[in-house]
Design a protein around this ligand. Structure first.
Ligand code: IMP
Ligand code: MG
Length: 187
């Protein structure tokens, strides 16, 4: 496994140190396997459309769908709520909309991390309007800071500490997405 000071980590971060590994590769892989089994069991029949919220979910989604053992389709949504900073601006902008027809389908929205919950609320509103048969969320990480936990939040990988996390798809100013583990950047 990579350690924080190993050459491959420093090559990926451009030499910048990272405080600590919060979830290592093996821990993530184990939990993603469990989530895949949970999702498979939750959808015994019908059409399943897995919608990844880009960009942060791209690695999680690609690992997760390979652990879901039933037919499914994949599409993506692009929303943007953070600029180069580390705090949510509260404004969620939709940059790409799924092209697939959602009507009558079971939708599983895949999120990297839930912080304030604003991105999620916005996406739930938007996807709900398209008359899916059902709408559920699978989030890899939940900081549990959202004032309300939506009923749609059915699958959560890990409870996350209230830190700024990077790696396994999560970025800071577009960096660090390619770290194979989830790390606390600096606190
Ligand atoms: P929310 O709208 O405040 O819940 O923020 C959710 C979005 O902000 C996520 O989809 C991430 O893209 C980003 N985000 C929130 N917390 C973190 C973090 O700790 N690291 C990296 N991105 C984060
Ligand atoms: Mg981001």
């Amino acid at each position: 496994m990579s350690t924080l000071s190993s050459p491959d980590v420093l090559r990926r971060t451009g030499g910048r140190a990272i405080k600590s590994i919060v979830f290592d590769e093996a821990t993530i892989a184990h939990r993603v396997g469990e989530l895949g089994r949970e999702v498979t069991a939750a959808y015994p029949e019908g059409e399943l459309l897995v919608v990844g919220l880009l960009k942060g979910s791209f690695i999680f989604l690609s690992d997760l769908v390979r652990k879901i053992e039933r037919p499914l389709e994949v599409d993506f949504l692009v929303a943007s709520s953070y600029g180069a900073g580390k705090t949510s601006g509260g404004v969620v902008r939709l940059v790409y909309d799924p092209e697939t027809d959602l009507t009558g389908k079971q939708i599983l929205l895949v999120e990297d991390i839930i912080d304030s919950g604003k991105t999620l609320q916005r996406m739930l509103g938007l996807l709900g309007e398209r008359r899916p048969r059902s709408l559920a969320i699978c989030a890899l990480l939940d900081k549990q800071l959202a004032p309300v936990r939506p009923a749609e939040l059915r699958f959560v990988g890990f409870r996350a500490p209230p830190a700024f996390l990077v790696g396994y798809g999560l970025d800071h100013a577009e960096n660090y997405r390619n770290l194979p583990f989830i790390a606390d950047l600096d606190s």
